[in-house]
Design a protein around this ligand. Structure first.
Ligand code: SAH
Length: 368
């Protein structure tokens, strides 16, 4: 018997061909895809507007292989980190971040990362492999399944493990499935942000997707950026990156976001603040300062709150919008730059949560 096809691996066009081979009319593609993405079913038998016979025929050839969280940790501030294990035994991390009226999901796009940013835990793993579209979209589907019915995700950020623009085809296909209103998840592209370490020639691919772009600047001179983000800056220098940002086709009322990790005595001086303001002059943007999140063995420190506010006020004083990103989920290593291999004592199996009566994911709702 031929292996079953995982329906979540198929693009819109592939679904059409697959169903055509079963002798089904094309319009059935959107019908099946809606079950997968809009109703989040994890089982062909739940597709109740297909006849029993059709469901049985489909189940002979296909299955729905949804992601399951093997572990999760919830921080005091409500941040919830899931670890999903994949078919090949690897695992990825996804973080749900509640913030006032928003419920943001931070998605991973690679297992590990090819880049070697000195302040990032994921960078230490190296790249294991790229994620497939179904593994990227699967993080959204599975997280939504684990959240209660009345807490729908409102925003998505591609800021988890990996460099999204180093895996562009899978990211593009994922965004198509996430944003399609007819058969996909129907997310507004305006509520999705992709963060890149600065692969300059690929920035326009983000514009084509209609989603928001965040660029991790993190330094104000070439030498400093070479030190902090060696692989990224050797590939595309600060100057090349900023030139590409200046040419970036922003839509009316859209702004670029520059992220700037604040590292004590590394890039948090008054001169850095002044240089930062000068570098982004003439670019319609806002700046997100991310105070460094420490991880075991991390070589940097977070600046004091006073130093962070001072840095912010200098850049604000030059007429820019500067926000300090609250670091959420630090105690569960779920904050920026803290996603990576975890040592076992940091991780609690889901079952233990459930025993203590906390609103933990209902594992029973997932198929396999
Ligand atoms: N590769 C992409 C997305 C993943 S990193 C990128 O570089 O943008 C997401 C954000 O977290 C980036 O802005 C990065 O600079 C920041 N970051 C990485 N490690 C961090 C840490 N330890 N503390 C705070 N921010 C960190």
């Amino acid at each position: 018997m031929p292996a079953l096809v995982d329906l979540l691996t198929l693009s819109f066009a592939e679904m059409g061909s697959f169903l055509a081979a079963l002798g089904w009319p094309r319009y059935r593609s959107a019908q099946v895809l809606r079950w997968l993405y809009q109703r989040g079913v994890t089982d062909i038998d739940a597709m109740t507007d297909l006849s029993k016979r059709d469901r049985a025929q489909l189940a002979e050839r296909a299955a729905v292989c949804s992601l399951n969280a093997t572990e999760s940790r919830r921080a005091e501030d409500g941040t919830w980190k899931f670890i999903f294990s994949l078919a090949d035994g690897t695992s990825i991390e996804t973080v749900v971040i509640p913030d006032q009226e928003r419920l943001t999901l931070c998605l991973s796009t690679q297992i590990g990362c090819t880049l070697d940013c000195a302040f990032c835990l994921t960078g230490r793993m190296g790249l294991l492999r790229n994620l497939q579209p179904e593994e990227i979209v699967g993080q959204v589907l599975a997280s939504q399944r684990y959240l209660s019915k009345d807490s729908a995700l409102t925003n998505l950020v591609l800021m988890g493990m990996g460099e999204p623009l180093a895996n562009p085809e899978a990211v593009e296909e994922s965004i198509r499935r996430i944003t399609d209103r007819r058969w996909g998840l129907g997310f507004s592209p305006r509520r999705i942000t992709l963060s890149t370490a600065g692969l300059a020639p690929r920035l326009n691919r983000v514009a084509n997707l209609g989603i928001n772009l965040a660029v991790s600047l993190n330094a104000t001179t070439e030498a400093q950026r070479n030190r902090l983000m060696p692989a990224a800056n050797h590939a595309y220098s600060l100057k090349t990156l900023l030139d590409a940002c200046r040419r970036y086709p922003l839509k009316p009322r859209q702004r670029l976001t520059f992220e700037y990790v604040l590292l004590k005595n590394e890039n948090d001086s008054e001169d850095d603040a002044l240089r930062l303001a000068r570098l982004v002059r003439n670019i319609r943007c806002k700046i997100n300062l991310i105070p460094f999140n420490e991880f075991p063995g991390s070589p940097f420190q977070r600046p004091s709150d006073d130093a962070i506010l001072r840095f912010q006020s200098i850049v604000t004083g030059r007429g820019l919008d500067v926000f300090i990103r609250k670091s959420k989920g630090r105690e569960v290593l779920g904050a920026c730059g803290q996603l990576g291999s975890l040592s076992p004592p940091l991780v609690r199996p889901l079952r233990k949560h459930a025993k203590r009566g906390s609103p933990a994911p209902a594992l029973a709702s997932a198929s396999r």
